[in-house]
Design a protein around this ligand. Structure first.
Ligand code: MSP
Length: 669
């Protein structure tokens, strides 16, 4: 049984029916961030990813290319492995379900369940969807179409082997109830519980007759059948521990700490896998976390639409760290999000180039210019009020981030980290070291500014490492520090109170060159566009990089309010259509209404100050416009996950609505 210091994280194993896309990269990057963080904190981490190589999808893809399925898998596997290298993924092992040891573990488990009479043979007639590789019942199928993928289904009758999944229904309900963090986020937990409490759980067909599908693991007790691909695939999480770690380690790492999955494969994990484990007398994973899906430029991503985002192209154009950052900064983990190249460019420019990149560059330039290139010891306070705020933020940040990683709140962590970046920008702007440098009497204050910002950058290097390993290593190198981020790091190495060594800095190229965009916006990502050109890195002159244009993450309060915004800044705001599903008044408020709205792929709750103008029931069914990427906030204790657009200044005069019948969740530009 895994001890508290061991951490086992998995991604789904990806089908090798096609090349990797942004969805694969998303989960794998998220898993990598957790793995890197916990290694840094001294935990014994095992991070597993890999490929799901059996089943109909793979067999069909191989047939299409006219090659044998194994040759097809061998051809595609390096595409995933190479991408993980390019994205700096630090997986400890890579499993392929065609590995011989994996196949024998699957067969051993099947035999065990068969011997325990938990697998039986029966005949089954139903509607079969070839694409989804599953049967549907009569009531599921409307107009002869698969309820999931809408492709035609066919009536099939066959003998198969069934796993007695249904008998675990009550035990599974109890387990979910007793372990609040077993399925996350909570909304998904409620979905699974709702389903289990209202529908009878049937048994699971775990075989496919070879006559229909031959590409799979043969059943040990009947050679005419192969194993259903999901039974085979789910076993990877334990079979890997038998043969892939340096020391086989089922005892050390099972049960898994976190299975990361996309929302579409939550049921197979929460229900199939959990009941399989119960039948095998193995403990259940600690957490199954289902993340949301990416749309692209407001549309579902699909090959037929030609808008599939190729992670390799993102790395080519923007670098691995920027792509990793954007994936986890753009949407709260667990919710759906929209990917657009313009949003990515805007985020790189404001948070990375103007944010942390500029902070490093300003600090190093000032150390070179005013301190002879070595980090000075702090002297007397320069602006005590801001220094106190920085010290307080820096002192609490490590615990905030640790808590955030426990909750898989990748985005909240980045927001918290960027508050420190913003504070440092404010500090430099207000302290104006270039003024202090003019008068030798101010030297002690000047040194405090330089020392404080460098200390903040030291902390940033550690906290950013899981997200942006290369950037963090650059920070360490350019600051002349000797932190080894690839090994467990004692907190004393970056604690705010730990003095900085008076080492020489080693200024290098800018971390994130600003990306120039054409005013009419970037082209869609799927067009194989010429990548936006990074502007050349700031020359290493003695000029001090200016404070960046004010943004949410780097306020410069003394600057006049900008009359105009750039297209980049505008593109950061994500406007979408939403259909009002229900509306009610917020108790004790004559102004606030609580709306439940649909964005097509997700539902949101929005609290809007439109109650004086509208009766709630008049809004139901209307298609309105919302700001979809606003950080959730609480109004009178109720969470609002967005903002509606309305005309009027102090008083609402009209709500922005869409006249036409536009699908909820459509982008508004
Ligand atoms: N082979 C199974 C998983 C078996 S795990 C024991 C599988 N493979 S998959 O390649 O089709 O999908 C892998 C993952 O990609 C899933 O978690 C899925 O949610 C994710 N995504 C596919 N499209 C996606 C988006 N558009 N956005 C985010 N993730 C998406 O399912």
């Amino acid at each position: 049984m895994r001890d508290a210091n061991s951490f086992y994280i998995t991604t789904p194993i990806y089908y090798v029916n096609d090349v990797p896309h942004i969805g694969h990269a998303y989960t794998t990057v998220a898993a990598d961030v957790l793995a890197r963080y916990w290694r840094l904190r001294g935990r014994d981490v095992f991070f597993l990813t890999g490929l799901d190589e059996h089943g109909q999808k793979v067999q069909q893809a191989a047939a299409k290319s006219g090659i044998d399925p194994q040759a097809h898998c061998d051809k595609l596997a390096p595409q995933f492995q190479d991408l993980w290298k390019r994205l700096n993924i630090s997986n400890d092992a890579f499993i392929r379900t065609t590995d011989a040891p994996h196949k024998s573990v699957v067969q051993r488990y099947l035999q065990e369940l068969y011997d325990k009479q938990l697998i039986y043979q029966d005949s089954y007639t139903g509607w079969y969807c070839t694409f989804d590789e599953r049967f549907w019942t009569e009531k599921d199928v409307a107009d002869g179409l698969c309820p999931d993928c809408k492709r035609p289904v066919e009536k099939l009758s066959e003998h198969n082997y069934f796993f007695k999944m249904g008998q675990y229904q009550d035990r599974l309900i109890d387990h979910i109830k007793q372990h609040p963090t077993f399925i996350r986020p909570e909304s998904r937990r409620n979905e699974v519980l709702g389903f289990l409490q209202t529908q009878k759980l049937g048994d699971l067909s775990i075989s496919r007759p070879k006559s229909r599908l031959s590409w799979g693991i043969e059943l040990p007790f009947d050679r005419d059948y192969v194993t259903y691909v999901w039974f085979d695939a789910l076993v990877n999480y334990v079979s890997a521990l038998e043969y892939l770690p340096k020391n086989p380690a089922l005892d050390q790492f099972w049960p898994a700490s976190v299975h990361l999955v996309g929302k579409d494969i939550l049921t197979t994990h929460a229900v199939y896998w959990s009941t399989m484990l119960m039948a095998l007398n193995l403990p259940l994973p600690e957490t199954i976390f289902a993340h949301g899906w990416w749309t692209v430029d407001g549309e579902k991503m699909s090959k037929s639409r030609g808008n599939v985002v190729d992670p390799n192209k993102m790395v080519d154009a923007f670098g691995a760290d920027a792509f990793r950052y954007f994936l986890l900064r753009e949407v709260p983990f667990g919710q759906d999000g929209d990917f657009s190249q313009s949003a990515m460019v805007a985020s790189i420019n404001s948070d990375l180039a103007n944010g942390v990149g500029n902070l490093l560059s300003r600090t190093l330039t000032m150390i070179e210019r005013f301190a002879g290139g070595a980090i000075p010891t702090a002297g007397s306070p320069a602006i005590p009020e801001i220094e106190t705020r920085i010290a307080a933020a820096a002192a609490t940040l490590p615990a905030t981030v640790e808590h955030g990683f426990g909750a898989l709140a990748f985005r909240d962590n980045l927001q918290a980290i960027w508050e420190l970046v913003g504070l440092c920008d404010e500090y430099i702007d207000k302290a104006a070291p270039w003024q202090l440098a003019k008068n030798p009497e101010h030297l002690p204050r000047l040194n405090t500014v330089l020392n404080t910002t460098t200390k903040a950058l030291r902390l940033l290097s550690v906290l950013l490492y899981p997200y942006m390993p290369h950037t963090a290593q650059q920070l360490v190198k350019q600051l002349g520090l000797s932190l080894d981020l690839s090994r467990p790091l004692p907190p004393s190495a970056y604690d705010w109170e730990t003095p900085l060594p008076g080492v020489r800095i080693c200024k290098g190229p800018g971390l994130f060159p600003r990306i120039e965009t054409k005013p009419q916006g970037a082209k869609p990502v799927s067009d194989t566009p010429a990548p936006p050109q990074p502007t050349p890195a700031a020359p290493a002159t003695t000029s001090i990089p200016p404070s960046p244009t004010p943004t949410a993450s780097s306020p410069t309060p003394q600057a006049p309010a900008p009359a105009q915004i750039t297209i980049d800044e505008f593109l950061k705001i994500q406007l979408k259509t939403a259909k009002v599903l229900s509306a009610e008044r917020v108790p004790k408020s004559d102004k606030l209404l609580k709306l439940q709205v649909s964005l097509g792929t997700e539902q949101r709750q929005i609290v809007a100050g439109i109650g004086k103008k509208y009766e709630p029931e008049t809004l139901v069914g209307k298609t309105i416009v919302i700001v979809a990427n606003l950080k959730p906030a609480k109004l009178m204790g109720i969470e609002s996950q967005g903002m509606v657009l309305a005309a009027g200044d102090t008083e609402v005069r009209g709500l922005a609505t869409i006249l036409e019948d536009v699908e909820p969740g459509t982008k508004v530009k």
